[in-house]
Design a protein around this ligand. Structure first.
Ligand code: 9PG
Length: 821
C-alpha cells in the first residue's frame, strides 16, 4: 500500500513494503525524486550494522495534525522495527499547508540490551553515487520529463553540463559557492594544518570531478530549466547535517546525512534527528533561499527572541592593523587609546559606534584573565574609556580553543578534549602552534569558557563580544559525556555563552559552524578573514597559498560575502569582515572600491581596521560615503550561475522615489570590457533610463525603444574592479535626482523632495559635515540655486544635467527654479 500526503507545492508517496518513498513537485514540468531510501549505520562493540534498507514490520498511523512553529503540520508517522528488533525507528513526515517544504525526522530507540553507537543517519539517498551501493537506486529528476515529448530535441536532452550545486561551507570562514559539474570540490591543500578548522569531519570531501559535499543544506539545480531542489536541515541542534551530491552525469544523485558522531545510545534510550527538509525551488525567484531560511528562523523561534540588533553594527576593529604577517596579535593599550581619540575626533563625519579590541590583549589563548605586556592594566579600564567617549566597547575572545602553551593547558589537562591516543585534539595550526580545544562536556571546562564571557560582559563592561574559533567546540574526540553528538556539544556550549553574556550583550559569532549559532548570536562572520592583499599568502609567500579557498584574503572575504548574502536578516546580521582603507596595504584602489561596494550592498556590519590617526582624508571619505549603512539584503542575480557572483541588485526608495542599485564586478585578474545588459536585472519597463556610476561619476542615458536589450557600455573595468550604477526611469519633463558623491546609495541622502511649477526644493541629510556634489536632471537650465538660503555654485555637466556643489553640516535645503518666472 502507498501512503500519500500532499500540500499545494508537493506530494509524498511512501511505500512501507519497499522501504522507499518519493516526492514530486505539483508544478507542471517540476522536479521529483523517486525511490528514496533511508539508512542508519551503527555499531556495537563487535559489529557494524546497517538498518532501514528494508522496513520490517512497518506500521503506518493515520495522518494527524500537530502544532509547530510552522503552524499546524500534517504528520504521518511510521513505526519500523530493525532486523534484530533491538532498535526501533519512528519516521515522521510532515507538511505545512502554508509553506512549500517537506519535513521529515527519524527517532531511534534502543530496545535491546546493549549500548550502540550511531555513526551516520542517511535521511535521504537517491540516485547512484558509489558503485558499491546495494540494491536498486532511486532517481533525481531535475528537468521536466515532459520536455522530452516536445519537438525541441536539443532542449529536451538533460545535459549534465547544466547541473550545478550550491554548497554551503562548514563554518564562518569556509568556502561557500556554486559548483558546475565539471569542477572539483574546493579543499585546502594544507591538510591537517587546516582541515580541523574549516571542514566538518562528517561531511564528505570527495576529490572526483562533479562530486561535492555541503554543510547543513545544499541546492542542486539545472541552469537550463532553472529548476532546483534544496535539501538540508532546519536546525543543527541534534546532529550536524551534510549533503553529498553527484552532478557528473545526466543522472544526478543526492545523499542527506545526519552526523551520528558515534554517540552512544544506551539500552532504553532514544534519540531523534533535527527536521530534514526538502524544497523544490526556482533559481530565479526573488529570494530563492528565503522559504528555507525563514523556516529555519521559525524553527529557532527567532521572531519571538528579543531583537537586540536591528541595524547593522558600525565600528573599528584592531586586528587588521595590529597583527603581524603570520597572524599574531601585536596590539597595545596605547594603540587602542590613540584610535579612540581619532574616532572621537572624526565622529562628525564618520560616526562609528563600536571600538572592538581584537586578539593580542590576552596573556595567551585560553589564559583570558592574564594580559600581554601591552595591556598592563588589562582591558577593563579601556572598556571604561570607550564607554566614557560614548562608544560601545567590544572585545575578541576565543573561549573554546586552547594554546597548548597556555597555563590552562598545564593546570587543567583534564579540561582538554583528547583523541583516541589520549593526546589533545588538533584544532588546526594557528599562532605558530597546533592549537587544541576544551572538552565542553566537562562541566568545569565549559564553566570556565562561560565565565570568561561573563566577566568580559558583566565585569569588564564590554557590550559587544566577538566570539571566535567556535568550531573548536565541535571537534571530534573522546568527550567526557559519550552520549552526545558534536552538534549537541557545540549547541549546549553556545547556549552557555549566551546565558553568560546576558541578553543585552551583542554577540558576533566567528569561526563558527553556522547552524549551531542560530538564535544565539546577533551577527555572524560569513566568510574568510580579509587581509592586506587580494590573494591569500602566508609570511609573504603566495604560491602555495593563493588557491586556498578559505585562507585570509580580500578576495576570499568578498567571495563569501556574496555567496552568503542570502542569510542576512533571515538568521542574523551578516559580518563580511573589515574594510581596509589605508594606502599601505597591497590592495589597489579598485580592489578597495570593490570591497566597499560588496560591504555596502550586502547590508551587513561595517568595521574599519586601519590606524586612524594616519589615514588620509581621501581614504576616510570611502568610509564616510557608506554611512549610514543601507543594511538591506540584495538580490544576487547570478547566484547559481557564477562561482563568484558578479551581478547584484538593490532596490531603494526615498523622497526622490524609487531606484535601483546595480553592481557589476570584474573578478578576473585582468582588465576587461564590461557592459550592463539592463534586462539581466529586474527593472520596470521604461523607454529610457538614467544611470550614474558611483565611483567614476559617469552618467548614462539608456533608451530601450529601438533595442529591447538596453545596454550600458562601461568601458574597461580594471582587474578586481566594479561598477556601481544607480538606475532610474527617465522622466524628461520633470526634475530628477541622478545621484552624487555624498552617499553610496545615490539617493538615500535625500530626506524631502518638493516640486511646484518651475521650482524645486529638497533637503539633504547626512550624519555630519559633508562636502561634495549632487547631479540633477532638469527640464531647463536653473536660474538660481541656493543652499540653506545662500547661493551655491553649480555647473552644467551634460545635456540637461547639472552638478550642484554642496558643503553643509547635517542638513541642507536646496532650492532652485528654472525657465520663465
Ligand atoms: C584573531 C583573528 C581575527 C580574525 C578572525 C580570526 O585561517 N586561518 O589561519 C585563520 C587565522 C586567523 C583567523 C582566521 C583564520 O582570524 O577571523 O578576524 O579576530 O582570528 O586571531
Amino acid at each position: 500500500m502507498i501512503h500519500t500526503i500532499e500540500n499545494s507545492a508537493l506530494q509524498v508517496n511512501i511505500s512501507p513494503q519497499l522501504g522507499r518513498w518519493n516526492v514530486q513537485s505539483h508544478l507542471r514540468n517540476g522536479p521529483s525524486i523517486d525511490g528514496i531510501q533511508l539508512r542508519v549505520n551503527y555499531r556495537d562493540s563487535f559489529t557494524h550494522y546497517q538498518a532501514l534498507n528494508s522496513w520490517p514490520a512497518a506500521s503506518v498511523s493515520r495522518p494527524e495534525s500537530v502544532p509547530s512553529p510552522h503552524g499546524p503540520l500534517q504528520q504521518l508517522t511510521i513505526h519500523i522495527g530493525s532486523d534484530k528488533d533491538a532498535l526501533r525507528f519512528i519516521l515522521r513526515f510532515a507538511l505545512s499547508k502554508e509553506y512549500p517544504l517537506l519535513l521529515w525526522k527519524l527517532q531511534i530507540e534502543n530496545r535491546g540490551g546493549r549500548t550502540v553507537q550511531i555513526d551516520q543517519i542517511e535521511m535521504l539517498t537517491a540516485g547512484f553515487i558509489y558503485r558499491q551501493f546495494p540494491g536498486m537506486y532511486g532517481k533525481v529528476n531535475l528537468s521536466p520529463k515532459s520536455l522530452k515529448s516536445t519537438n525541441e530535441r536539443s532542449r529536451s536532452a538533460p545535459s549534465f553540463q547544466d547541473i550545478a550545486l550550491f554548497s554551503n561551507g562548514w563554518q564562518s570562514w569556509s568556502y561557500t559557492g556554486v559548483y558546475s559539474s565539471q569542477e572539483r570540490y574546493r579543499q585546502t591543500r594544507l591538510g591537517l594544518l587546516r582541515t580541523p578548522m574549516t571542514a566538518n569531519p562528517g561531511t564528505p570531501r570527495p576529490r572526483r570531478r562533479g562530486l561535492f559535499g555541503s554543510d547543513m543544506f545544499a541546492v542542486l539545480g539545472d541552469r537550463k530549466s532553472r529548476n532546483a531542489i534544496l535539501l538540508g536541515f532546519l536546525s543543527q541542534q541534534q546532529h550536524f547535517g551534510s549533503v553529498e551530491a553527484w552532478t557528473g552525469s545526466s543522472l544526478p544523485a543526492l545523499r542527506v546525512i545526519a552526523n551520528g558522531d558515534g554517540a552512544r545510545l544506551e539500552p532504553g534510550k532514544s534519540m531523534v534527528t533535527d527536521w530534514a527538509c526538502l524544497q523544490f525551488l526556482h533559481i530565479d525567484a526573488v529570494d530563492p533561499l528565503g522559504e528555507y531560511l525563514e523556516a529555519v528562523a521559525r524553527e529557532h523561534r527567532l521572531a519571538a527572541l528579543a531583537q537586540r540588533l536591528k541595524d547593522s553594527p558600525v565600528g573599528w576593529c584592531s586586528w587588521y592593523q595590529f597583527s603581524t604577517e603570520d597572524y599574531v596579535g601585536a596590539v597595545t593599550a596605547q594603540d587602542i587609546q590613540e584610535n579612540l581619540k581619532s574616532i572621537t575626533a572624526i565622529r562628525s563625519g564618520l560616526p562609528l559606534d563600536i571600538l572592538q579590541i581584537d586578539d593580542g590583549f590576552e596573556g595567551q589563548i585560553a589564559d583570558w584573565f592574564a594580559f600581554s605586556p601591552g595591556f598592563q592594566h588589562g582591558v577593563a579600564p579601556l572598556a571604561n574609556e570607550i564607554n566614557q567617549a560614548g562608544l560601545s566597547p567590544g572585545l575578541w575572545l576565543a573561549p573554546f580553543i586552547v594554546n597548548p602553551k597556555s597555563r590552562l593547558a598545564r593546570d587543567h589537562p583534564n579540561w582538554l578534549l583528547r583523541g583516541r591516543l589520549g593526546r589533545p585534539v588538533n584544532a588546526g595550526f594557528n599562532w605558530g602552534v597546533f592549537a587544541t580545544a576544551l572538552d565542553l562536556t566537562n562541566p568545569e571546562a565549559l564553566g570556565y569558557a562561560a565565565d570568561v564571557v561573563r566577566v568580559a560582559a558583566q565585569e569588564w563592561g564590554f557590550s559587544y563580544l566577538k566570539l571566535d574559533f567556535l568550531y573548536a567546540g565541535a571537534l571530534p574526540g573522546r568527550f567526557q559525556d559519550t552520549s552526545k553528538t558534536r552538534a549537541q556539544v557545540l549547541r549546549d556550549g553556545l547556549e552557555s555563552l549566551r546565558l553568560a553574556a546576558g541578553e543585552e550583550t551583542i554577540l558576533l559569532g566567528c569561526g563558527c559552524p553556522l547552524g549551531s549559532a542560530i538564535g544565539l548570536v546577533d551577527a555572524m562572520r560569513i566568510g574568510a578573514d580579509t587581509a592586506r592583499r587580494w590573494l591569500p599568502s602566508y609570511k609573504g609567500i603566495q604560491t602555495f597559498f593563493q588557491s586556498e579557498p578559505d585562507f585570509p584574503s580580500a578576495r576570499n572575504a568578498s567571495h563569501n560575502a556574496l555567496t552568503r548574502a542570502a542569510l542576512h536578516q533571515h538568521w542574523w546580521i551578516n559580518d563580511p569582515d573589515c574594510l581596509l582603507l589605508r594606502p599601505q596595504t597591497e590592495l589597489t584602489s579598485e580592489e578597495i572600491q570593490t570591497q566597499a561596494t560588496v560591504v555596502a550592498l550586502t547590508g551587513g556590519s561595517f568595521f574599519l581596521s586601519d590606524h586612524l590617526p594616519d589615514l588620509p582624508p581621501e581614504r576616510l571619505r570611502i568610509a564616510e560615503v557608506l554611512l549610514p549603512l543601507i543594511g538591506k539584503r540584495p538580490f544576487v542575480l547570478d547566484w547559481f550561475d557564477s562561482s563568484t557572483p558578479a551581478h547584484l541588485q538593490l532596490d531603494l526608495e526615498s523622497a526622490v522615489g524609487h531606484w535601483h542599485l546595480l553592481a557589476v564586478f570584474n573578478w578576473a585578474d585582468e582588465a576587461c570590457q564590461k557592459s550592463v545588459q539592463l534586462n539581466d536585472f529586474y527593472l520596470e519597463a521604461s523607454p529610457e533610463y538614467l544611470a550614474r556610476e558611483f565611483w567614476s561619476g559617469g552618467t548614462f542615458h539608456v533608451s530601450s525603444q529601438e533595442d529591447s536589450s538596453a545596454r550600458i557600455e562601461l568601458g574597461t573595468i580594471p582587474a578586481h574592479g566594479c561598477a556601481l550604477l544607480a538606475v532610474r526611469t527617465f522622466q524628461s519633463h520633470r526634475p530628477q535626482y541622478v545621484g552624487g558623491n555624498l552617499h553610496i546609495s545615490q539617493g538615500l541622502e535625500v530626506a524631502t523632495w518638493e516640486q511646484a511649477g518651475n521650482g524645486l526644493a529638497f533637503r539633504l541629510e547626512r550624519p555630519g559635515q559633508s562636502q561634495g556634489y549632487i547631479d540633477l536632471s532638469l527640464p531647463q537650465t536653473p536660474r538660481v540655486v541656493s543652499l540653506n538660503q545662500q547661493a551655491t555654485s553649480w555647473e552644467s555637466v551634460g545635456e540637461r544635467l547639472f552638478r550642484i556643489y554642496v558643503n553643509f553640516d547635517r542638513h541642507a535645503l536646496i532650492e532652485l527654479d528654472w525657465g520663465m518666472p
